[in-house]
Design a protein around this ligand. Structure first.
Ligand code: BGC
Length: 750
């Protein structure tokens, strides 16, 4: 640390005080007589809300000194880190802080993690906030509105907690089912993942809080994330991981993008000219700013010139690359002044555009925890995927006399994933003292008890809990029950991948023993992602509940009892074994983070079900799969083309006896043209229908999903020919209805 940096905390504290005064002045100005407000705008023309964000950012930038500009591009951590003390102006235990320019009425940026709600860095006194279910659970709803509502809810809590930047918007594709952060993301398909994450971002930004699309790009495993080089060709990337990011930008315009830790084809993501300048800013026309991941910067000149706009939490990097070093690099011309100006312009523009300047945040806002708990519960319920239901064991019947609930601390709570996204529950974890206490721990259970919620719905029954530690004892306890509910869990977290696809801690043996003693065994899975199920044939039912969030226990019970009809569909393929994966063994060594290595994404754009289709592999459960307590029939599939866009129409009917929601899925399969895989998801809808009710559904297909990307001409190309459209219940639905369409050749950008 040099002397300039040592003085910084003082300067920052002073700056924070000035910001407070300045924002008071701004607030006063709005309540002043019109002539006084006009005078304020005359002095600070960038405060004129009638001007657009570009103009306001330009005017504010023009009024700035070089020192003030430099302050915008170097962020601080919100907690003590190693030998470095927290910047006192940052919100305690938060992810980050960027001092504003109080002299000009431009507020500081207060950053919080992340996608499931307002998180805290490790501390004994965290913020206690509402947690959504995992990102995969939200993706499993396939319900745009629910994703938006969840985003709006966590954005409101961020705002009420004094944050104006939320580091939420993770859309890395599930290429690797063992990835320890899959639970933060939205699955394996670019269209589904992008659609759901974009809705979440829109919800967050509806609170005048900047959201952050991350981790750009191909940060698809945690093992070796700081040192690995993700190898994938441009066209393959543009049709898979990059397509997901591109669609998120188009649909939700996040204020910021976070570049990833890993390298991509040689260059670190946060100093990749290809990723940041060429693809993001040039080809896609992104107007917001790029912040680094925490500790992802490795240079000053290369990072600045290649497109990084803001170094996050400089304490994590080997050096304060965007501090004095950047100041010098600009002074001596290695980084053009115009580039520094553009970095700041982008940050300011996002602040004006998303309302951060006009709607200043303050800590201590009211939070309606009861209402937010319902938002989280609804999301969790609709994201539960009923994988198997033999003999109609579910929904649970009112007449049951004895129900045995086993394992996974289901007597007190539901598991959460670990790492920076962890939202600490009100009242603390329901279980303490297990798993890693430090990063990426602690292991937290949201105190929403499945057992209590089940007991409340079975007043006439004896509902007992067994911890499952002794499998034989659990089996004995289960033998004479009317139904047995075994809860199985897999804790994963940021920075660590699952060591295997198998459930840990001998849970397979526990489930097997219990199911042998009582075939009416229902397994409820609380996992970060796909797991293997060697006991599947022995059990009556399996429900994937993911990490179910703040109200998870209630949500699980409501679905088990049929108060809510399950309507989740898998956002990822569940393999039969690791040998079916493109990389049966994970690359890298979790114990040695020193040697750079390659991850060769040889499957290219054939991610998930596309890989399984291409290789003719039968998964354990296919992408898109999920059962209901009712049945749906499809009819009248028809295709038409309007203004070069393919439109599909069909009718869905609830042919069963209870109300329910269905997710009819459309896949397109080229009959002549060669794609990366036999078919792609082209659209879907989620419809709720009463028994006997029908609904007409219409879906317009994004032309990129009918095309191949051509790197040479940087364009998408649809090949002339015949394409089969399938109306299906999953990516492996053998009974799908279909219609053939003839497409003309077409080339388009971007
Ligand atoms: C994670 C980011 C997170 C940041 C701040 C990093 O370790 O990769 O997703 O936003 O920390 O906590």
């Amino acid at each position: 640390m040099n002397s300039e940096l040592n003085l910084r905390p003082l300067a920052i504290a002073l700056a924070a005080a000035l910001t407070a005064i300045a924002s008071t002045v701004v607030v006063l100005a709005t309540s002043l007589p019109a002539y006084a407000a006009e005078a304020a705008v005359t002095e600070r023309p960038w405060m004129d809300v009638k001007l657009d964000a570009d103009r306001r950012a330009t005017l504010a930038l023009q009024a700035m000194t070089q020192r003030e500009k430099l302050d915008w591009v170097m962020g601080w951590f919100g907690s003590d880190f190693r030998d470095k003390k927290r910047n006192p102006a940052a919100l305690p235990f938060s992810a980050g802080y960027i001092p504003g320019t109080p002299r000009l009425g431009l507020p500081a940026l207060f950053e919080t993690d992340a996608g499931l709600g307002v998180a805290s860095q490790a501390t004994k006194t965290p913020r206690e906030r509402t947690s959504l279910p995992s990102g995969l659970a939200t993706a499993a709803t396939w319900d745009r509105k629910l994703a938006y509502n969840g985003g709006a809810m966590i954005g409101a809590e961020a705002r009420a907690s004094g944050f104006n930047v939320m580091l939420a918007g993770g859309v890395n594709l599930l290429r690797e089912p063992r990835n320890g952060r899959n639970f933060e993301y939205a699955g394996e398909d670019p269209l589904l993942a992008a659609t759901m994450v974009a809705q979440q971002i829109k919800g967050i930004q509806s609170n005048h809080v900047i959201a952050t699309m991350k981790h750009f790009a191909v940060n698809d495993q945690e093992t070796g994330r700081f040192i690995l080089d993700a190898r994938i060709g441009d066209a393959d990337n543009r049709m898979s991981d990059l397509l997901a990011f591109q669609m998120v930008l188009e649909q939700s315009d996040p204020g910021s993008v976070m570049c990833a830790y890993n390298r991509l084809n040689g260059a670190y993501a946060c100093e990749s000219d290809y990723l940041l300048n060429q693809v993001l800013k040039k080809d896609w026309g992104y107007k917001g700013y790029v912040m680094s991941d925490w500790g992802a910067v490795h240079s000053t000149v290369a990072a600045a010139n290649n497109g990084l706009d803001q170094e996050s939490a400089w304490e994590f990097d080997r050096s304060a690359y965007f501090g004095v070093a950047l100041e010098e690099a600009v002074a001596n011309g290695h980084v053009p002044q115009a580039r520094l100006d553009n970095m700041v312009f982008r940050i300011l523009r996002a602040m004006f555009d998303k309302g951060v300047v006009d709607h200043p945040v303050a800590e201590g806002g009211a939070i309606d925890f009861a209402a937010h708990g319902v938002v989280s519960r609804t999301d969790a319920e609709d994201g539960m995927v009923l994988l198997k239901n033999a003999g109609g064991v579910l929904p649970l019947k009112a007449g049951a006399k004895k129900i045995v609930v086993i394992s996974a601390h289901a007597d007190v709570g539901v598991l959460a994933g670990g790492g920076s996204s962890l939202v600490y529950p009100a009242g603390g974890s329901a279980v303490t003292g297990i798993g890693p206490a430090t990063w990426p721990g602690p292991v937290v259970y949201h105190p929403s008890s499945p057992l209590k919620a089940i007991q409340a719905r079975a007043p006439g029954a004896s509902v007992v809990y067994h911890d499952g530690v002794d499998a034989a004892a659990a089996a004995r306890a289960a033998a004479d029950a009317d139904v047995v509910l075994v809860f199985a869990q897999q804790w994963v977290g940021e920075s660590v991948d699952a060591v295997s696809l198998s459930l840990p801690d001998n849970q397979d043996a526990l489930i097997s023993a219990v199911a042998k003693a009582n075939p009416k065994t229902v397994v409820v899975l609380e996992t970060g992602g796909p797991v293997l199920m060697p006991w599947l044939g022995q059990t009556a039912a399996v429900m994937q509940a993911w990490y179910a969030g703040t109200s998870g226990g209630e949500a699980i019970a409501r679905v088990l009892f049929g108060e809510v009809n399950p309507s989740g569909r898998l956002p990822a393929t569940f393999p039969m074994s690791a040998s079916q994966l493109p990389r049966p063994v994970l690359d890298g060594d979790p114990k040695d983070e020193s040697k750079r290595f390659d991850v060769n994404y040889h499957e290219g754009a054939a991610v998930g079900y596309k890989w399984f289709d291409l290789k003719g592999l039968k998964p354990l459960f296919p992408f898109g799969h999920g059962l209901s307590y009712t049945q749906f029939a499809y009819s009248g599939l028809a295709a038409s083309q309007k203004d070069g866009k393919l439109q599909l129409r069909f009718k869905v009917t609830n042919t069963g006896t209870v109300k329910g929601k269905d997710v009819p899925q459309l896949y397109v399969a080229p009959q002549g043209a060669k794609w990366e895989a036999p078919k792609r998801l082209a659209g879907w809808d989620k419809v709720e229908l009463a028994p006997g009710e029908s609904r007409e559904v219409s879906v317009t297909v994004d032309p990129r999903l009918l095309a191949m990307y051509d790197s040479g001409s940087k364009s998408w190309r649809i090949a002339k020919g015949s394409y089969k459209v399938l109306l299906a219940r999953s990516a492996a639905d053998a009974d799908a209805a279909s219609v053939n369409v003839a497409l003309e050749a077409r080339t388009f950008k971007p």
